[in-house]
Design a binder for this molecule. Sequence first.
Ligand code: CA
Ligand code: CA
Length: 98
Amino acid sequence: MRVLTYLAMALLASATTAHAGGGCASGYDPVDVVHHIFNAADQDQDGTLTQLEYEDAGLQVYGVTFEQSDLDADGVTSIEEYILLYEYHHPVDGETEV
Ligand SMILES: [Ca+2]
Ligand SMILES: [Ca+2]
């Protein structure tokens, strides 16, 4: 849980600051951070998150339930779905939600 909390904070920080150009000048590539969070939650490392993995990792604390994250409703959340979700919730205009 601690690791995920740290990654979440890094993710939020990079979402507000590291959106200029390629993003390799400093800090994280936001998509890279999403990958880290996803992989940390993916207990069996099969590249998808089941509802159990999703909720066990506490990903719903970011305000998105497992059902919402499973965009094609096939019962698992893939990394592609999770990145899409991230981009949806972190638009490039830098608007910060509370
Ligand atoms: Ca898995
Ligand atoms: Ca899915």
